[in-house]
Design a binder for this molecule. Sequence first.
Ligand code: ADP
Length: 292
Amino acid sequence: VFLYASSVRDAEGTPLYSVGHVQDIREQLEVDRMKDEFVSIVSHELRTPITSIEGSLTLLGSGVYDTRPQKAKAMLDIAIKNSNRLVRLVDDILSLERLESGKVELLMEPCQVDDLQQQAIDSVSAIADRAAVTLRMTPCSATLYAAPDALLQTLTNLLSNAIKFSNPRQMVWLEAQIWSPSAPAPQRLAERFSSSPAAPDQFVLFSVKDQGRGIPADKLENIFDQFQQVDVSDARQKGGTGLGLAICERIVQQHGGDIWVESQLGQGSTFYFTVPLWQVGDRETAQESQFN
Ligand code: ADP
């Protein structure tokens, strides 16, 4: 904490009064520290696939596999897999950076909840088929004032995680329902509602539920943080980046909603998020909320 003091004097130089100025730079230092940490994690995350691509291409270029085409093909596959990973990482880092810096304004428009649900299901149905996971959807016929692409990205991130961490022949449910204060609420929603006097009358409550491996209790708190993974091998083995949930959280927050997870290790997880269902007269407030 810095304290600056200066005197205001008259024309003859006689001190009239002193002005004190206190500047608390702790918050700025914390932001700087988090930025440094982010840059160092990002550099590490990017370096791993680059090193692998470099290694496989160097081996191929050296000619050691010229007479062993199968081995050469395996090396090429490693390089391709890692360059795909690099593209995913860079895309996610850029999305997150844009959302955090507020550089892109989410363009809100009326969107049909059941359409969004159907599009999300369609975009993950191929990976669900491959994983032999069955998808189920409970549609909701509400109209939201929201950014459709961003909400779709949130739903597909949650669904693809649910599929990734499920076993064959398990099910994944995507549900949406209108929740209003008079209805029984999941605990987290009830807490949020009572703590927020500006809360709208109704929300759409989305949930993505799986029967997969679940998340240990000690990881639940930080699971939405950047590069947080239950297992260090999750990124490489399951093809993730560790940024999907951080992106979901920013998108939901920009809509004035909330996101959370309930999970039982070995039993499955349910990710919930809300999007305020503003009445027409509340639209201005809704627009303001995206800048908060
Ligand atoms: P990733 O790209 O690694 O999936 P996310 O931010 O989407 O990154 O998820 C972070 C981590 O949270 C995952 O690596 C995994 O360890 C855990 N996780 C996310 N969703 C689930 C789920 N449905 N079941 C079990 N673990 C999950």
